[in-house]
Design a protein around this ligand. Structure first.
Ligand SMILES: Cc1cc2nc3c(=O)[nH]c(=O)nc-3n(C[C@H](O)[C@H](O)[C@H](O)COP(=O)(O)O)c2cc1C
Length: 229
């Protein structure tokens, strides 16, 4: 029997892990050693979550607003703001930040925001998400999985200390009427490669699922922080 070589092994492992994340399964939780499981009882009163978004055509902003409403409903104090707003970081103890993918990376303005506010953000429990059109391809082809994996790597480079499960990825919206000519050309190439039409591919259930998992993580991080003080 021929054993697989290292390259084949890494390729299969990477594809398997990406597929698990794609279908909303956190591989860490399968091992029973998930560091995402709350270690102490959650205290929602301790939590004031700040959701920050960057959005070019508005659909990521709507996701951020949706998350805010969902958190409010379960009694969490939450504020939703754009990167252009003034934010008082001392008034919150957990951050969720979202922005779209532009040409394979998190939207430039979001990256710049992270760099500008890194000192303040590093002090707080943090999770982030991105929206993109490649995620809309169902079922994903090998090329799509490679593309998504490259977005995930770009995000991991930006947030080296963040576990991949705290980097949410969601299918977004594309409306050609809102795009400039260069953006239309970029998107035409991405959509035709993935055999997709323009449209709204947001999966609100997937968004809610990630939000609930992430909120547990932010609150447990914060509860632990408070316990240490
Ligand atoms: C200039 C531009 C570049 C984009 N680049 C990518 C890309 O590289 N990969 C991808 O999957 N989607 C890409 N998209 C699609 C957006 O990520 C997606 O439409 C997102 O939902 C838009 O969010 P917004 O409405 O908040 O701006 C691009 C969109 C624009 C306008």
């Amino acid at each position: 029997m021929k054993l697989m070589n290292r390259k084949e092994f890494l390729f299969i492992t990477k594809s398997l892990v990406c597929s698990l994340f794609y279908f909303g399964i956190n591989p860490l939780s399968l091992s029973g050693k998930s560091k995402d499981r709350p270690l102490v009882p959650l205290n929602t009163e301790l939590s004031k979550i700040q959701i920050i978004y960057a959005s070019f055509h508005g659909s990521t902003a709507q996701i951020a607003e949706y998350m805010g409403k969902k958190l409010e409903k379960i009694g969490i104090s939450v504020s939703v703001k754009s990167i252009d707003d003034d934010i008082d970081f001392t008034a919150c103890n957990g951050i969720i930040m979202g922005a779209p993918i532009h040409r394979g990376k998190w939207m430039t303005e979001a990256e710049e925001y992270i760099k500008k506010h890194s000192k303040k953000l590093e002090q707080l429990p943090f999770a982030c998400f991105y929206t993109c059109m490649s995620k809309a391809k169902q079922p994903p082809s090998k090329d799509t999985l490679d593309e998504l994996s490259s977005y995930q790597s770009a995000m991991a480079d930006l947030f080296p200390t963040l576990s991949p499960s705290h980097i949410g990825s969601f299918a977004g919206v594309l409306d050609y009427d809102k795009c400039s000519l260069p953006a239309k050309l970029v998107m035409w190439s991405i959509l035709s490669k993935n055999d997709l039409e323009a449209g709204d591919y947001r999966d609100w259930q997937a968004i809610e699922k990630w939000l609930s998992f992430t909120t547990n993580y932010l609150i447990s991080e914060n509860t632990l922080k408070q316990a240490k003080v």
